[in-house]
Design a protein around this ligand. Structure first.
Ligand code: OAD
Length: 247
């Protein structure tokens, strides 16, 4: 589906009028870079794999080698993909807003580093970072090379196993990342929500928080989502096609 010119014009006008923009991104942001989403019916990661086995502390306790191998392969694949036109449009928009004393403050649920590689500074990685692991015992961060190592490496300090530094179902979001995200939402005068189904809490509370504060929301998603009802404009297009048109 592609957006009509009136929808593009309304989204563009809201963005042109805003000074500080908070972007809330999800897996659809990176889909056109070749990273699968989670919940798309045919291609989503959770259509093929069980989140209970691969994305919970219980799954890790049952079979850490299986879990490590799955994230290691995703980290390896991430090195072969590049940011898409949507990531680049947001980095350009930030430069453009910085020139007038504003900015684009990105809060992402994605564990990839494609926003950063496009030139954006990330305010908050709510669900962690796939590129480096951390120790499951003492919490010390490992290196990008550690994340690509098989078999699963141990911590040089305490000897416990390294684990992916991503948030699993049933785990708390990192408190500092959540606080930074809330600050970005409260400080913005426009929110752009891109490529998220908006069903995973607490992250999904951020668009609701913006809407309660009266902050307009522009949503970019080829399909309606849980956010569409509170968006002022829903642009029915993909991140790489629609973001360059409205920014
Ligand atoms: P989902 O897979 O739930 O949703 C992806 C969304 O992107 C859907 O609404 C699609 O319609 C949309 N989409 C697909 N292709 C797109 C494109 N090219 N451009 C724009 N939008 C597109 O992914 P998330 O909402 O990010 O959590 O999922 C949230 C969390 O659930 C993830 O961070 C992950 C997962 O379990 C953890 O790993 C903790």
């Amino acid at each position: 589906m592609s957006a009509d010119s009136d929808t593009i014009a309304r989204a563009s006008a809201l963005i042109a009028d805003a000074r500080d923009i908070c972007v809330f991104s999800g897996a659809g942001m990176s889909a056109e870079s070749g990273i699968p989403t989670f919940r798309d019916a045919l291609t989503g990661l959770w259509a093929e794999h069980s989140p209970e086995d691969l994305a919970t502390p219980e799954g890790w306790a049952r079979d850490p080698d299986l879990v490590w191998g799955w994230y290691r392969d995703r980290a390896d694949r991430l090195r072969t993909v590049t940011p898409n036109a949507g990531h680049r449009a947001l980095a350009d928009l930030h430069r453009n807003r910085a020139a007038v004393g504003g900015g684009v403050h990105i809060v992402t649920q994605n564990v990839d580093d494609l926003h950063e590689r496009a030139g954006s500074t990330i305010v908050s990685h709510l669900h962690g970072d796939l590129t480096t692991p951390r120790c499951s015992g003492c919490g010390r961060r490992g290196s990008p090379t550690d994340m690509l190592t098989e078999p699963r490496p141990s911590c040089p300090l305490c000897g416990a196993s390294l684990r992916p530094d991503v948030v699993w179902f049933g785990e708390m979001l990192p408190g500092d990342q959540w606080a930074d995200a809330e600050r970005a939402v409260d400080a913005c005068d426009l929110m752009i929500v891109v490529g998220t189904s908006g069903v995973v809490h607490p992250a999904a509370m951020l668009p609701e928080r913006a809407a309660h504060a009266g902050t307009p929301i522009v949503e970019v998603n080829p399909d309606p989502s849980a956010v569409t009802a509170i968006a002022d404009v829903h642009v029915p297009g993909t991140a790489a096609a629609a973001l360059p048109r409205i920014t």
